[in-house]
Design a protein around this ligand. Structure first.
Ligand code: GP9
Ligand code: MN
Length: 633
């Protein structure tokens, strides 16, 4: 009798077990989560359970068989879809989906070649639990019986689900203190609370940030403003205004990492032109410049450049906060009489650029419609960089001067495909096709930069411009650590991984004769004040977090978007403090004072963005526009 009553719920049990086991298997085969001890393995195993018990448990409220079974099947399909979307996304971004990105399906469509590489026919197996559940409904005799569940039983069931959730959270808290309060890292979240709970948490965080904007008022700016003012760096008198009145050309070098500069691959020079440039008398080259981007990749780097604020940790800020008020570099230069524009041969809606550029006060966006892409001039993600440079310079020649043009390159993008005629060096010989091809596309990028310089000279624009170029983010993710280790000739530890976040930065000022290699630790957050000061624009009233790299006050302390950081002495990564010189673990005290500051700095930046606080700030006067009704309260 007892046995029979239990069996009455066999279809519910089947739904839970199937999704549970499938999820656990997928954790292992589709995500690269480092499991360090037995307890972490246990947490990983139980973490889907509480959510699955709860969500499938809703079926206990159904009175009809049809309704209940339909509910179970639909739920199972939705969960399978969510998990699979994470798998496909992870293959490409090495990250889990956060809500705002999930709804940008238009963006997924545009991923083209990359998306195709991320989806395989065998992926049907990710829906195996739905299929088996469907079969079970047909064959399990008990599946066709309606079950009326007593409220007390139902209550006990949900208490059990809650108990498992708290057990899970308790274990996670011992393994990872402050997991939910300091969630920089989505992998840690998924590892500890599971994918499904993570999405619930993400929804909660997202709605909180919506509420934050609605509730924010200018008074929050007081503290932020104090922080910004006390960390501000005075311009260097010798450098301030050095390039006043000149055109500013910024080139975003797609996926270019510093490990390729001034280095060889199997005896081949990878970046001959950039190597020369790094030693040029008119160039400041920064080999210890770090990217600080998150999920928004290129667009995050643009955000850093324009605003001197960090992008967001849990979403792509170009999507989620394109309605905010900003005081961008484009706006500042626009006020100085510059014609401000961005040039990128891609759809204008990609990464929501069209919206965001409006918010950033960029006057004109030369998108794919502004380019003539002839036969053979497109590869991989779109227009090849060399013709792109040529046509961009043609546009510049037509512009009123001075202008501020930001060029976004595209060819050196995952999956790094090139036409045969553009392959100037052979591939590398590791087990990663991605890394092997990367050297070739980087070599092509180098040629494109050379073409840009030639084109600018030919059009007579070179002398009257300054050219700043920077790598936007890594091109080779941690999925290729083994191959990367082969190239570097050493194991890729968390320390090395952090150091691999170096991307090159060049500031080229024709005729200046002051160039040098600047070894200081600097980052993308510093670009805005540095360039504005070179162009003779004061920023002492601006709400920005970086510092002029030429300033004597510039502090060597660069925070990554995920909370890792680098100073002139230490690298903090994977919760370990490393000596920068040796790459060996060092005592935690060396990093301790910075951990809090890193969180504080990211926190203030997030506050500005989430609360849309710049709407309460007058950049001209530096006044906080605090509503009289709230003032003094
Ligand atoms: C495409 C460019 C590349 O428009 O933004 O995007 P990424 O994937 O590097 O962010
Ligand atoms: Mn990019």
């Amino acid at each position: 009798m007892k046995n029979k009553r239990y069996l009455k719920h066999s279809i519910l049990a089947a739904a839970i077990l199937l999704t549970w086991i499938k999820t656990y298997v997928i954790y292992h085969i589709s995500f690269d989560m480092k499991i360090e001890n037995f307890m972490q393995q246990v947490i990983l195993f139980i973490n889907p359970l509480s959510f699955l018990l709860a969500i499938y448990g809703v079926s206990l409220f159904f009175k009809s068989v049809k309704g209940r079974n339909r509910y179970l099947l639909i739920t199972s399909s939705i969960l399978a879809f969510i998990l699979y979307a994470n798998v496909a996304f992870y293959r490409f971004f090495s990250d889990f989906i956060t809500l705002p990105v999930l709804f940008q399906t238009s963006n997924f469509g545009d991923l083209g070649a990359s998306a195709a590489e991320s989806i395989y026919f065998t992926d049907v197996l990710y829906f195996i639990d739905v299929i088996l559940l469907f079969v079970a409904m047909k064959w399990l005799p008990n599946a066709k019986e309606a079950v009326i569940v007593k409220p007390a039983i139902r209550r006990a069931y949900f208490v059990l689900a809650a108990a498992i959730l708290f057990l899970n959270l308790g274990l996670a808290e011992t393994e990872r203190p402050q997991l939910l309060t300091r969630s920089f890292d989505r992998e840690l979240l998924v590892k500890n609370i599971g994918t499904y709970n993570y999405h619930v948490y993400d929804i909660y965080i997202q709605s909180k940030s919506h509420a934050k904007r609605a509730l924010a008022d200018g008074s929050e700016l007081v503290e932020v403003n104090n922080y910004v003012r006390s960390n501000q760096a005075k311009p260097n008198d010798e450098m301030f205004g050095t390039a006043e009145g000149k055109n500013l050309i910024i080139v975003t070098l797609e996926s270019l990492q510093t490990f390729t500069i001034n280095e060889e691959m199997n005896g081949e020079v990878v970046t001959p032109f950039l190597n020369e440039l790094s030693k040029d008398k008119d160039t400041f080259y920064f080999p210890n410049f770090y990217h600080q981007t998150g999920l928004g990749k290129t667009s995050d780097s643009e955000f850093l450049v324009e605003n001197g604020l960090y992008p967001l940790g849990n979403s792509a800020v170009f999507f989620t906060h394109s309605g905010n008020t900003y005081n961008s570099m484009a706006e500042r230069l626009g006020e100085k009489g510059y014609f401000t524009n961005v040039m990128h041969a891609n759809n204008k809606s990609f990464w929501n650029r069209d919206m965001m550029y409006n918010a950033l006060n960029v006057e004109e966006f030369y998108d794919v419609e502004s380019y003539d892409i002839a036969e053979g001039q497109a590869v991989n993600w779109g227009m090849k960089d060399i013709p792109f440079m040529e046509q961009s310079v043609e546009h510049m020649a037509e512009m009123p001067q001075p202008f501020y043009s930001r060029l976004l390159t595209l060819t050196n993008h995952f999956p790094f495909h090139l036409d045969e005629e553009d392959k100037l060096i052979p591939e590398f010989d590791s087990n990663s096709g991605t890394l092997n091809r990367y050297f070739q596309t980087v070599r092509y990028t180098d040629e494109a930069v050379k073409a840009l310089f030639d084109d600018l000279k030919e059009k007579g624009l070179y002398e009257n411009s300054i050219i700043m170029m920077y790598g936007d983010h890594y091109g080779i993710s941690e999925n290729h650590n083994e191959a990367m280790g082969q190239y570097l000739g050493k194991e890729v530890t968390p320390f090395e991984s952090a150091q691999l976040q170096r991307v090159p930065m060049f500031i080229h000022i024709p005729g200046s004769n002051q160039g040098e290699v600047v070894e200081d630790v600097v980052g993308q957050i510093d670009i805005r004040p540095t360039l504005l000061h070179l162009l003779g624009v004061e920023t002492s009233k601006d709400m920005q977090l970086g510092a002029d790299v030429f300033s004597k006050d510039h502090e060597e302390f660069i925070v990554f978007r995920d909370g890792r950081f680098v100073t002139d002495e230490v690298v903090y990564a994977g919760d370990i403090c490393y000596d920068k010189e040796t790459g060996e673990e060092t005592e935690a005290e060396a990093c301790a004072p910075y951990i809090e500051r890193a969180a504080e700095e990211l926190g203030y930046s997030d506050e500005i963005i989430n609360g849309d606080l710049l709407r309460f700030y007058d950049q001209k006067t530096g006044n906080l526009l605090i509503d009289e009704t709230t003032e003094g309260k």
